[in-house]
Each structure stands twice: as structure tokens, then as C-alpha cells.
Design a protein around this ligand. Structure first.
Ligand code: PAF
Length: 281
């Protein structure tokens, strides 16, 4: 399994695979891979002849006050995990391989990117859409794999692929959790032991909300109120948002009378974690 930093070399490799009639899957990541990423790679390997894992901490999706400099990186461990999972190639560019000094073209989406994480991270999804477009253009995959933990990102990428005719199948994969329920995330490594145990409140709030809805509650204010109270009882947790939105438009709903996404972002110290569940009714 090769680790390649040059977009031109990745293109050449994919061109050769195409010449042999092979299908190609892409798993876009920012590295520091965990079991959640591994599940995406394993699925991609099962469904494609060749799998490219991109491993790139994309500077343009971080705001100046965010954790770009401290974002964890470990390409050797990433390579081991990719090899074990059966990936064919890691694309690991430097920022200068991806962005010319006078780079000035962005993919910006209205609507879907404005609610939820877009409220506190207004430039984030522009950075995500731009880098994912570049990855799609470089790798030209048949299929690309994304985790459902980043539910808003997944919805935005599906929309982008539709709107810009990328012709790539987007596959959303289930959230992978620690034994105590915390969703796997590279950012979990920032947590102190106290914050790590406090962070289980996210999955407990999700289970509470889902349980209420399975018992028939459809009033968003009641469900969200109960989830917020549970989180507020945890002294180390500070809520960014706890929202119920229409699954397609990502606009807030008052009643869960259609498929909805219940999504939350909560700070533990400076670390912001997200989690969600979907209720189809
Ligand atoms: O989900 C992520 O890790 C990133 O947002 C992505 C999709 C790899 C783009 O940098």
C-alpha cells in the first residue's frame, strides 16, 4: 500500500486502475484514524476493487480560533490501520499540494450549511465542500464513504454531488461508538479523564430523546428540553446546540411529523463534540 502526496501521481494510479476496468472507492479523512474510519474503509474495500483513503487535515475548514495547529496527526498509525483494513493507497498531501498560494475558488452551499454546526462555524462547510470537490476531482471515485456522525456534512455532500453532477455514489455509514456510548472521534483524544467520562452525556441524551420519540412523543420542545436538561446537569458540559431538524432541509421543526435528525454539539472544555440520531417516525 503506497502513501502518495502528489495529486498528479494519484491521478496516474487511478487512471491505470481504470484502464484495467477496476472500480474505485474513496474514504475522505483528516487522519488520526480510529475504528469509525476503519469501518468506512472495510465497507469501501468490500464494495470496490481499489480503495483510496485521503488523509489530510484541511486548513480551510478551520476558523482562525479553531484547533488546526493542535489537530492530532499520526501517519504511521494511519498507514497500519489502512493496511489492516485493506486500503490500496493513502493520499496524504501537504497543504501546498492542495492549495496554490493564490488559491481563490471555493464551493459554497446555501441553506443546508447555515443551521446546526453552520451557526457557530459559518465558514466550515465551505472548506469541506471545497476540499471534498478537489478530492473527487483528483480520485474520481465510483463511491465515497462518510460517517453518519457528521450528519450535516453527509447531507451537504449528497446535495453538492447532486447539484454539481459529480456522478459519485455517496454512502453514509453508521456511527461507531466506544463501549460506554461515546461516538468515536479523533477529537476525543483532547479530553481529560474527567471530561471523557462527562462526554458520555451526549449518547445518554441521544438515547433519552430517541426513547421519548419511540414512546410516542412528537413535540420537539419537549424532547429537546429533556435532552438539554440532562446535558445541563453535567457540570463539565456546555451546550452549543441541541436541535431537531427536518431530515432533508435541515430546518428546525416543531413536531416530528416526518423523518427528523436530532443533532447536538456540546463543549467539554475547549473540545467540541457532536452526536445525533435519526427518527423516521
Ligand atoms: O469528516 C472529515 O473528516 C472531513 O470533514 C473531511 C470530509 C475529510 C473533509 O476534510
Amino acid at each position: 500500500m503506497n502513501i502518495i502526496s502528489s495529486p498528479a501521481e494519484v491521478r496516474a494510479m487511478v487512471r491505470e486502475w481504470r484502464r484495467q476496468g477496476l472500480s474505485v472507492g474513496l474514504v475522505p479523512t483528516m487522519g488520526y484514524l480510529h475504528e469509525g474510519h476503519k469501518s468506512l474503509i472495510v465497507r469501501a474495500v468490500a464494495e470496490n476493487d481499489r480503495v483510496v483513503v485521503s488523509d489530510f487535515v484541511n486548513p480551510i475548514q478551520f476558523a482562525p480560533n479553531e484547533d488546526l495547529a493542535s489537530y492530532p496527526r499520526d501517519i504511521e498509525a494511519d498507514a497500519r490501520l489502512c493496511r489492516e483494513a485493506g486500503a490500496s493507497l493513502i493520499f496524504h498531501p501537504e497543504p501546498s499540494d492542495m492549495y496554490a498560494p493564490d488559491f481563490s475558488t471555493f464551493v459554497d452551499m446555501k441553506g443546508l450549511s447555515e443551521n446546526l454546526c453552520g451557526r457557530t462555524r459559518p465558514t466550515h462547510f465551505r472548506g469541506v465542500c471545497t476540499v471534498v470537490s478537489k478530492l473527487f476531482n483528483i480520485v474520481t471515485p465510483d463511491r465515497a464513504y462518510f460517517g453518519r456522525k457528521d450528519a450535516q456534512q453527509l447531507a451537504i455532500i449528497r446535495r453538492m454531488v447532486r447539484d454539481l453532477d459529480f456522478g459519485i455514489e455517496i454512502i453514509g455509514c453508521p456511527i461507531v461508538r466506544e463501549a460506554d456510548g461515546l461516538a468515536k472521534s479523533s477529537r476525543n483524544t483532547y479530553l481529560s479523564p474527567e471530561q471523557r467520562s462527562a462526554a458520555t452525556v451526549l449518547s445518554r441524551a441521544a438515547a433519552l430523546g430517541l426513547g421519548m420519540m419511540e414512546d410516542g412523543e412528537r413535540d420537539a420542545a419537549k424532547v429537546l428540553g429533556a435532552m438539554r436538561s440532562l446535558i445541563e446537569d453535567e457540570p463539565l458540559a456546555r451546550i452549543d446546540y441541541v436541535s431537531m431538524v427536518d431530515f432533508d432541509s435541515l430546518q428546525d421543526v416543531e413536531r416530528a411529523d416526518r423523518p427528523v435528525l436530532c443533532a447536538m454539539a456540546v463543549y467539554f472544555g475547549k473540545t467540541r463534540l457532536i452526536d445525533n440520531f435519526v427518527f423516521e417516525g
